[in-house]
Ligand binder design. Structure first.
Ligand code: FAD
Length: 443
């Protein structure tokens, strides 16, 4: 048996990887894996579980660059189980969120995952927002969000005693859960069914591997990290904050790019937790991409206020001073970013000021719960959103999947944009991807 690596990397990297792969060739052959999934976040783990359930004889591995699962977006989010009223009817987000919500609750109950269906109140504070409440109700109804109710001003306190507003939308199916716990549970199911997980394995390229067996030639993909090459027939990437980089490795267009937006939270002091018992959200501004700073109780009893949205200087930059030179240079060279900054200059500056002087952010929150003061909160943790952006600086709203070119590209499917509510939608996204792989790759 002979192996030959035709790589898509630079010549130097190719020679190095060629060396590693040749030295692994006694154990690594084209039949080693049927599918390798890059990324141990909730999308990678939910999909790995779904595929191995459908095809128990397939040999599947997840490769993750960190030493644990759920280390990025999946482990740094609001922990909300979204019900689906925000999203454009008929979009993938709308369909997969509503389906994902039902599948998630079924899964939590079956697997004893701590969660609470505490509901959500979207609260209007002025006449323009009151109109948006009615629009959100219509949108939610079109999206088949269960049991939405319009709440008039005088009844708001029945749902959240300390909350004030002019009108609200009540969603009883919205809930809370720790998505990192859910992700690890998916991974555990996957492992029990024979799946493997490799940690500390950052994928840096894909190469074509050809193997001669007698007179016939087999070809497959070598998934390459600094210390390991994993031969596989097919690949799925779910790289979150690095999704665009993984896609480019197989000949996909560089756009949409991932632009990292940090979302910082404030933490409500323990003696003030009674101020908030349900999710309280503002009416989202349709001109802005994110849902707005909200009050979110956590399953562990904490209450988080946030997240804001500020540009991060590192794709994994959880603090202001986390700066990654490579990420900054890429951002500086990306024309879409300048167009976005031009479009959102004023709201962007306001977010930065409120991030630095957080009592100003508390002022916004006081509109909803007037009893809240800046002394009741302290700085909490943060997450970084992997937001796909096109070259015109427009944020890509819906989930995006992509395939590359050539022999390698045609065997690799990339999940390029999985923003919120992708955690809620993860089980439905997993089914969507599994159907696509069954169809396109003939599993
Ligand atoms: C602040 C914030 C709040 C949010 N709130 C909610 C919410 O309340 N409800 C909700 O439903 N959604 C929410 N979301 C969205 C949700 O968290 C994400 O959509 C979801 O976690 C995406 O999962 P993922 O698997 O695609 O990405 P990730 O969780 O980021 O996982 C990607 C994985 O790929 C790995 N990886 C990347 N590159 C490589 C490589 N080259 N080699 C190997 N491994 C690699 C990374 O290390 C990472 O573990 C929120 C997100 C943020 C940031």
């Amino acid at each position: 048996m002979g192996t030959n690596v035709i790589t898509s990397l630079t010549r130097r990297a190719a020679l190095q990887l060629n060396y590693i792969c040749r030295h692994q060739s006694t154990t690594s052959t084209c039949s080693s894996y049927d599918l390798v999934i890059v990324g141990g976040g909730i999308i990678g783990c939910a999909t790995a579980r779904e595929i191995i359930m459908r095809h128990p004889n397939m040999k599947i591995a997840i490769v993750e660059k960190e030493n644990a699962l759920a280390m990025h977006q999946t482990g740094h989010n609001s922990g909300v189980v979204h019900a689906g009223m925000y999203y454009t009817p008929e979009s993938m987000k709308a369909k997969l969120c509503v389906e994902g919500l039902k599948l998630s609750y079924e899964y939590f109950c079956k697997n004893n995952i701590p969660h609470k269906k505490i509901g959500k109140l979207i609260v209007a504070q002025d006449p323009a927002q009151i109109k948006r409440i009615d629009e959100l109700f219509d949108r939610g109804t079109k999206n088949k969000v269960p049991d939405l109710q319009i709440v008039e001003k005088d009844c708001i306190s029945k749902y959240e005693p300390k909350c004030k507003g002019e009108k609200a939308l009540w969603s009883p199916w919205t809930g809370i859960v720790d998505w990192a716990v859910v992700c690890k549970s998916f991974a555990e199911d996957f492992r029990k069914m024979g799946g493997e997980i490799f940690f500390n394995c950052e994928v840096i390229g894909f190469a074509e591997l050809t193997e001669s067996k007698g007179s016939s030639q087999l070809s497959c993909i070598s998934v390459q990290s600094k210390n390991r090459c994993i031969p596989t027939k097919y690949v799925l990437t779910c790289g979150g904050l690095h999704a665009d980089r993984l896609a480019v490795m197989t000949g996909c267009d560089v756009n949409p790019r991932i632009v990292p937006f940090r979302g910082e939270y404030l933490l409500l002091n323990e003696n003030k937790r009674h101020l908030c018992t349900t999710n309280v959200y503002p009416v989202p501004d349709p001109r802005l991409p994110f849902l707005g700073v909200h009050f979110t109780p956590r399953v562990n009893g904490e209450v988080w206020l946030g997240p804001n949205a500020v540009l991060a200087f590192s794709r994994e930059g959880y603090r202001w001073f986390d700066i990654n030179i490579k990420d900054c240079i890429e951002l500086a060279k990306f024309p879409g970013l300048y167009k976005l900054c031009y479009r959102y200059f004023l709201p962007g500056c306001k977010e930065i000021i409120k991030s630095i002087f957080y009592p100003l952010a508390v002022k916004d929150l006081q509109k909803f719960i007037p009893e809240l003061t800046y002394k009741d909160v302290k700085r909490g943790s943060a997450g970084v959103r992997a937001q796909a952006m096109d070259k015109d600086g427009k944020l890509v709203d819906d989930f995006v999947f992509d395939v590359g070119t050539g022999m390698i590209g045609s065997r690799v499917l990339h999940c390029r944009n999985a923003p919120s509510p992708a955690a809620t939608s993860s089980m439905a996204i997993a089914k969507f991807i599994a159907d696509k792989l069954d169809h396109d790759f003939k599993f």
